[in-house]
Design a protein around this ligand. Structure first.
Ligand code: FES
Length: 198
C-alpha cells in the first residue's frame, strides 16, 4: 500500500478526513451547508459513522460491482473497481469507489445499471439520470441535479472498509437515522451530526 500514501484519495483515516473536505467543495454545497459538512467531517474523525468491511483488495475484479448495505441495512450501495483512476478512488490504482444505489432524483434503483464502458451508472429506470463515477457521482444526463452519495473508503491491509458517506442518501433526513446499522458494521458513536448536502 505504499503507493496509497502518495495518492490524496486513498483512505487511511487521516487522508479520509482531508478528502471529505475536498469532496464537499466539489459537490457545490451552499455556504451554510459547507459549515455543516465541515462539522460532519470532524465527527467522521470522531467515529460517528459505522465502519464496515465491504471488500477484499486482492480479490476485487475490474468492472464487476459488489452490492452492500451501509451505513444502515436498508441503504443499498455498490462497490466497483473502475479500471481508471477516480475522484476519491482507493487502492493502488485509485480506481475503487463506492456509491449509493438510490438515484438522487426520486430514488430509482440503480442496481445492475453500472456501465463499464463509460465508468458510469444509469440510466435510472425512472427518468434516465446517469452519474459519472470517476467524478464523484456527478449527474451527466437527465433529471437528477445532485451527485450520487459517495461512500468514503479506507484500505486497511487487504480490507476495503466503508467509513462514511458524502451526500444525503435519497429518502433519508439523515444518513444514520430511521433504520438499523448494517449487519457486521462496527457501530459509530451516536449523536453527532453527519455529512449533509446542499
Ligand atoms: S428517479 Fe432516477 S431519474 Fe428520476
Amino acid at each position: 500500500m505504499d503507493q496509497d500514501k502518495d495518492r490524496p484519495f486513498c483512505m487511511n483515516r487521516r487522508s479520509a478526513i482531508t478528502v471529505m473536505s475536498g469532496g464537499v467543495m466539489a459537490a457545490s454545497f451552499a455556504p451554510g451547508d459547507v459549515v455543516e459538512a465541515a462539522e460532519g467531517e470532524a465527527r467522521l474523525e470522531d467515529g460517528v459513522y459505522p465502519e464496515l468491511k465491504i471488500g477484499t483488495l486482492s480479490r476485487i475484479e475490474v468492472g464487476e460491482p459488489l452490492a452492500f448495505a451501509y451505513p444502515l441495512k436498508q441503504q443499498p450501495n455498490f462497490l466497483v473497481r473502475l479500471g481508471a483512476e477516480a475522484l476519491r478512488g482507493v487502492g493502488p490504482d485509485g480506481d475503487i469507489v463506492a456509491f449509493s444505489a438510490l438515484c438522487t432524483h426520486m430514488g430509482g434503483s440503480l442496481r445492475g445499471r453500472y456501465r463499464h464502458d463509460v465508468k458510469a451508472v444509469g440510466p435510472c429506470p425512472f427518468h434516465f439520470s446517469t452519474f459519472d463515477l470517476r467524478k464523484g457521482g456527478i449527474p451527466v444526463h437527465a433529471s437528477a441535479t445532485q451527485n450520487l452519495p459517495q461512500v468514503v473508503l479506507r484500505v486497511d491491509g487487504d480490507d476495503i472498509v466503508a467509513v462514511g458517506v458524502i451526500g444525503l442518501i435519497y429518502g433519508y433526513r439523515s444518513n444514520l437515522a430511521d433504520g438499523d446499522i448494517a449487519d457486521g458494521a462496527t457501530p459509530g458513536r451516536p449523536g453527532g451530526p453527519v455529512i449533509m448536502r446542499g
